[in-house]
Design a protein. Structure first.
Length: 694
């Protein structure tokens, strides 16, 4: 069988095998080719991904507010089943028209990372009760921990119609499983309960009561108020900007102050007198310290209103100048007051944000809202400040501006109401749950199609692999045997005939020198013969059948130096025995070495030569130093100077460094990283003689 026929058969079977085996290598390819259900599911995944891109993400980093309601249980036998009877009640003095209830999971950060659903109950029921004894079941949730897509998402439940409720009951009947080996106690934890009447959250108006058949001493985290303080670990309620939309202004920032107890004012001009009942402040994010929560929120302040804007006409509606504000993290701060008429609203900060002794104090906000119920009246309103009237670069193309705190945008996107934001996050959970279900079904389809065809594909693939592997190997082995025989014959002939004859010439010329024969001619004959012997030895060394059976690279260089530097005092040192070099690297290294020694003999007028070969990490370093006449700097700068050495270094993928001074000798250094044995793309010709040798 000819080599050409071998290759044709291997190629044909290889192509057949590739067609059949490729679906095995990528399982989805089989289902995507033949399953209409798989294609339909794939289209649904793409539609879900497009919808998810327009929804706010669930932040999975620490946004600075981990406070949450937490209650632990005793670890007795009854709780090993995780069954509990635990009730949380929110009670209102006046009926509230509730149409949506949202629960936000608590979070825990420790050495193991983020636990986004820390203490979230597994089974629970939500029920509303009214003054007339009527009740309505809002939702019954079961096995929440079984949903792998639920990672910190809020759980939102809507009513078809608003229900006039005086009480919301959250009854927990089963706790979340404790991970195996975890030291945690059985517990319930929640970050927040939202109860919406239209756009407004009325949960802060309620009283909270706790009932449990198994009460223990309260944890230091325990505080009923944490369930309805409107602070969550999810950050600022923002939407997503479109890909073509410019990022919003990060807001406004004051000048840095040395002391926190300095006054800074911000005045919002509504343009006309309006009825207002609240102010909401949004913290800023500074890129260099974005991990520090609550950046720029004032610690002590007053909210004042005026109809005219005259300094002495302002009346305080919120006074927090005595009791400092607790760090809110990345949560907005909502401040409600009795409804009043005003055109100008002034925030007067009397103590600025300053968490570190050596860091300046700032007042910074990403947005200020002036509220009537949940309507923001400050969108686009004029802002008056006593400083920072010009834009200040924040980062990139974004600037701190006064207009940035009334543009209805937070640090990253448009501000949403809490209700719209939580609904969007809850909808994200539904989409991600559906996507997970689709992905699992697609995996099932891929496995089914794969298992149905695996037998046939395996047989065809095995035949293709055998043909593609065995036949080329058989052909390569035959070629290698032929090449080995030729190389052995050439090496033997060169060594026995040419090498012996040239060695005899070398001995005769050496004898002639001792008898007074003209020295210059004999010296030339001797040098040429020595270089010829070295060249032949290089040929023999490179043509040896396998690199492992050659004399080592170091020994070969030493033998070449002994011939070329015979009349000189020389020394070769190496800090290792050998280096694994491919044929091409070995050839170029030998030629570089021989060219360098040839230059010393012909031009350097040296008496002593030192040769060092060593390692520097993955690189091989060859350094040759002589005590000769050196090289004139002008000569060294000429393009043709030492051209052969530079070319050899370039072919090795390395660098040559030449240090010399007239009368003080020359040091030639070569540094390169050897390539693998099979990486040489060009054929291995015989080593040539030095470029300027006779």
């Amino acid at each position: 069988m000819t080599p050409r026929r071998d290759r044709a058969i291997a190629l044909s079977l290889g192509l057949i095998g590739a067609v059949w085996i490729s679906p095995i290598a990528a399982e989805e390819t089989i289902a995507s080719r033949f399953s209409s259900e798989w294609k339909q599911l794939r289209s649904e995944v793409e539609a879900i991904d497009n919808e998810l891109a327009a929804l706010p993400p669930i932040p999975l980093d620490d946004l600075g507010d981990r406070r949450a309601f937490l209650h632990s249980f005793p670890t007795d036998d009854a709780l090993l089943t995780r069954e509990v009877d635990f009730t949380i009640r929110l009670q209102w003095d006046e009926p509230q028209d509730i149409d949506r209830v949202v629960l936000v999971p608590a979070r825990k950060f420790d050495a193991g990372g983020l636990e986004a659903n820390y203490g979230f109950p597994d089974d629970f029921d939500l029920t509303l009760r009214g003054t007339d004894g009527l009740s309505m079941e809002v939702a019954a949730h079961r096995a929440m921990s079984a949903n792998a897509a639920h990672v910190g998402h809020p759980i939102a439940d809507s009513l078809a119609e608003p229900f006039p409720a005086t009480e919301l009951t959250l009854h927990i009947s089963r706790l979340r499983p404790i991970p195996e080996g975890a030291p945690s106690l059985p517990l319930v934890a929640l970050s927040e309960i939202f109860c919406f009447s239209g756009a407004r959250n009325v949960a802060p108006l309620a009283r909270i009561e706790i009932e449990s058949t198994k009460l223990t001493q309260h944890s230091s985290y325990w505080s009923p108020e944490l369930l309805h303080d409107e602070r969550t670990p999810l950050g600022i309620p923002e939407g997503v900007i479109s890909p073509n939309e410019q990022p919003p202004s990060p807001g406004w920032i004051s000048l840095g102050r040395d002391e926190a107890e300095e006054q800074v004012d911000i005045v919002i001009d509504l343009g006309q007198s309006r009825q207002i009942d609240g102010v909401r402040m949004f913290p800023a994010l500074r890129p260099s310290i974005e991990d520090f929560p609550g950046f720029g929120i004032p610690q002590r302040f007053r909210i004042e209103v005026s109809e005219t804007g005259e300094d002495d006409s302002y009346q305080a509606v919120i006074d927090r100048s005595e009791v400092g504000l607790v760090n809110v993290g990345h949560n907005p701060v909502t401040l409600r007051f009795r409804e009043t008429d005003a055109r100008f609203v002034r925030l007067r900060a009397t103590e600025l944000w300053k968490p570190f002794t050596y860091y300046p104090a700032f007042l910074a906000l990403s947005e200020i809202q002036v509220l009537k119920d949940e309507t923001n009246l400050a969108v686009g309103a004029a802002v008056i400040t006593t400083e920072q009237t010009e834009p200040i670069r924040a980062h990139g193309t974004r600037f701190w501006t006064r207009e940035g705190i009334t543009d209805d945008h937070g640090p990253s996107g448009p501000i949403l109401t809490h209700r719209a934001w939580l609904e969007a996050l809850s909808h994200r959970l539904k989409l991600e749950t559906r996507r997970l279900q689709i992905s699992q079904r697609m995996v099932e389809l891929e496995s089914r199609w794969r298992s149905g065809t695996i037998g046939l594909l395996s047989i065809v693939g095995l035949l293709a692999v055998c043909a593609a592997v065995v036949l080329p190997i058989r052909y390569r082995l035959r070629e290698k045997r032929q090449v080995r025989r030729i190389r052995e014959r050439i090496a033997g002939d060169l060594h026995d005939d040419v090498g012996t004859n040239l060695g005899s010439i070398q001995m005769l010329t050496a004898l002639a020198r001792t008898k007074g024969t003209p020295e210059e001619e004999l010296e030339l004959i001797h040098r040429v013969a020595a270089e010829t012997v070295t060249s032949v030895r290089d040929i023999v060394w490179l043509l040896h059948p396998t690199p492992g059976s050659r004399v080592s690279t170091i020994d070969h260089l030493r033998e070449s130096a002994a011939i070329l530097l015979e009349p000189l005092e020389w020394k070769l040192t190496a800090d290792f025995r050998d280096w694994s070099l491919g044929d091409q690297d070995g050839r170029h290294l030998v030629l570089f070495f021989r060219e360098a020694l040839h230059n010393i003999r012909r031009h350097a007028d040296a008496s002593k030569v030192e040769i060092e070969v060593g390692r520097d990490g993955d690189a091989l370093v060859l350094r040759i130093t002589d005590d000769g006449r050196g090289i004139d700097p002008q000569t060294l700068e000429q393009p043709a100077s030492l051209r052969a050495l530079r070319q050899r270094a370039e072919k090795l993928g390395g660098r040559v460094d030449i240090r010399t001074l007239p009368g003080e000798g020359t040091t030639v250094s070569l540094r390169f990283v050897p390539r693998s044995q099979g990486s040489a793309p060009e054929p291995v010709p015989y080593p040539s003689k030095p470029d300027d040798a006779p």
